[in-house]
Structure formats: C-alpha cells, structure tokens
Design a protein around this ligand. Structure first.
Ligand SMILES: NC(=O)c1ccc[n+]([C@@H]2O[C@H](COP(=O)([O-])OP(=O)(O)OC[C@H]3O[C@@H](n4cnc5c(N)ncnc54)[C@H](OP(=O)(O)O)[C@@H]3O)[C@@H](O)[C@H]2O)c1
Length: 311
C-alpha cells in the first residue's frame, strides 16, 4: 500500500484546470489535507466524488495512525504523518486541523532549513477564527517578496452540513491570490455545497450566521418537537411532523418567488391558530432575540480573532 505523498501524480499537463467534459479529473494539481478528521475527510470525499481530483492526486497528513489508515483504505489516497512532506509535495494545501494546532503546523513547515516557495502553492485554511494575517506571519516570515507572491492564502468558513455535501461556506482571499486560486477554491467548496466570497472582516458575521447557523436550526427543531410532545403527541410523530414541515417550508421558499415574511403572512389568518402562536412569539420578542444571538456570535468571533492577533 502507498504510504507517503511523493511520486503519486505525474504532472504532465498544463497548470490549473483541465478543459471540462473530459474523462480525467478537473484540476491538474496535487492537493494535500493537513488533518484527516471530520472536515478533512468530508473534503476528500467531496473532491473525489465531484471528480475534481483523482485519489492519486490527493494526500492527507494526520498525527493519528488510525485516521491515516482509515482515509487511505476508504478513499485510496496517500497518507503520511509528515506535514512538511505534504506541504512540499502538494500545490494546494488545505489546513484542516483544529485552530489550536494551526500555529504548530505552520511553524513546523516554515521552520525547516530548506523552506522556500519557488513555485506557486495555494494555502486554504478552514480553521475557525484564525485570521489570514496570523498565517502570513509564520509562512511569509522567512520568504522574499517573490516567494510570498507564490504563496496565496485563502481563508474559508465552512459549516457542518458540508459533511453531507450541503454546506455553506464563506471565503476570503489575501492579496496574493489570483483568479485561478479563487476559482479552484470555489470548485472545491462547491463540491460540498455553496460558497460566497467576502472581505475578511465580514467572516465574523458569516461565522455567526451560517457557521453557527446549523445550531440555531437544531435548536428550533428541538423546540418544535418538545412543543409537539407538550400538546400530547408521540415523540417520534412530533419529530416526523417537525422535520417534514421544515423541509417543506424551505422548499416552498425556494420554489416560490416570495419572501419568508409574505409566505408567513399568507398562512396567518386573522383570529386563526397561527396568529395565536405568533402573538406569543412576538410578545416574547423571539425575532429580536435571534438577531441579538447572531450579533453576540459575530462579536465573539471578532474578539477571538483579536485575541489571536495579539498572541
Ligand atoms: N467540524 C466543523 O463543522 C467545522 C466547521 C467549520 C470549520 N471547521 C474547522 O475545521 C478544522 C478541522 O475541524 P474537524 O472538526 O475536522 O477537527 P478534527 O475532527 O479534530 O480533525 C483534525 C485532525 O487533525 C489531527 N491533527 C491534530 N494535530 C495535528 C497535526 N499537528 N498535524 C496533522 N494532523 C493533526 C487530529 O488528530 P487528533 O484527533 O489525534 O488530535 C484529527 O485527526 C478546525 O480548524 C475547525 O475550526 C470545522
């Protein structure tokens, strides 16, 4: 079985994307994932399934032997313990370790004696709350201007539904990123859902809305199921009623060209049952509370980034 990242992929064709519609992979570069955990594995599965990369173009590094064996066996990619080897051999590197591990990984890579960037290498970071500046501080420090320009960095804020290919990601690129780097990153993220581009300072708001968003929705689901049980329903029935209603409501918004407010007004007849429920929601300022909760998430994200910048 192939273990390291080296010599797996004959880079015989032109840089960047291969013309679409062919039988081979869409991107003709080697990609490496530092961290083969939940997100690393989700990315690997998605880029293979979408035919963006072939297994032979993909490498993953992880400290955990079990994770390395797992990812190698399931996806047929190569796996290594050595982050430096992965960084050296790949042209696209996705940093998918926990935020607290990022500095150690970068220091390991940039600290080696022969650390140089003579050819273009794209670094994509998905570590929550780690500003691009923090990554530049370590990866750019030993490099001259030409080498820094060869090392674009793109920060991504994905969310957990990416694990089931229904993610929502926000991305922001640093000044060294070219059109092609952004396009490749977009394609990788689109293999796991949707993506929008932002200025980096807006990623705190993205974190609070779509990053934390699944948790708000889970909370709403929990509350609705408990409400159903409270009015006498069987818990399983309450769950089916809630989940199906949620999926149906989402489909209605997507398929009708009407705002959620308008659709809500349509089902709220004067003196009816929905109106009775909404009197309670409005009396308790539920909308204002959700807005406050999102603002608190954005403030916390900004605070965490600032704390990291100071360190
Ligand atoms: N999960 C999400 O929904 C989500 C959403 C948005 C952003 N993110 C970001 O995605 C990143 C990864 O999250 P995750 O949930 O995938 O984490 P995870 O499941 O813990 O995966 C990280 C993997 O990296 C390994 N690792 C630790 N230190 C390492 C090192 N120095 N070199 C190589 N591998 C190392 C870990 O091994 P050990 O377990 O043995 O330490 C683990 O297998 C995080 O930065 C997080 O902020 C995640």
């Amino acid at each position: 079985m192939l273990k390291g990242c080296r010599n797996r992929w004959p880079l015989t064709f032109m840089d960047g994307f291969i013309a679409e519609g062919g039988l081979g992979p869409v991107v003709n570069k080697k990609i490496g994932f530092v961290g083969a955990g939940n997100m690393g594995e989700a990315f690997v599965g998605a880029v293979i399934r979408s035919n963006l990369f072939e297994p032979a173009q993909i490498c993953s590094s992880d400290v955990d032997q079990g994770r390395r064996d797992h990812i190698r066996e399931i996806y047929g990619i190569s796996a290594t313990r050595d982050n430096v080897e992965l960084f050296t051999d790949c042209e696209i590197i996705v940093l998918a370790v926990k935020p607290q591990e990022i500095h150690g990984v970068l220091a390991e890579v940039a600290g080696r004696k022969d650390y140089r960037i003579p050819h273009r290498k794209l670094v994509i970071t998905i570590a929550a709350g780690i500003p691009i500046r923090k990554i530049e501080d370590v990866l750019y420090a030993p490099l001259d201007d030409l080498e820094r320009a060869n090392l674009p960095i793109i920060r991504v804020m994905p969310n957990t539904p990416a694990l089931v290919l229904s993610g929502m990601s926000g991305m922001s690129a640093n000044g060294n990123a070219r059109e092609e780097d952004v396009r490749i990153t977009r394609s990788i993220l689109e293999a796991m859902g949707r993506v929008l581009e932002f200025k980096e300072e807006d990623l705190d708001a993205v974190t609070a809305l779509s990053g934390n968003g699944p948790a708000y929705v889970f909370y709403l689901i929990e509350s609705m199921i408990e409400g159903g049980i409270h009015v006498g329903l069987d818990p399983d029935d309450a769950a089916v009623l809630t989940m199906t209603t949620l999926k149906g409501a989402l489909k209605l918004i997507e398929e009708r060209n009407e705002s959620p407010e308008r659709l809500r007004q349509k089902v709220t007849s004067p003196g009816g049952t929905t109106e009775a429920s909404f009197r309670v929601l409005e009396y308790n300022r539920v909308k204002a509370v959700i807005i406050e909760a999102i603002a608190a998430g954005a403030r916390r994200s900004k605070q965490l980034s600032l704390e990291l910048k100071k360190k």
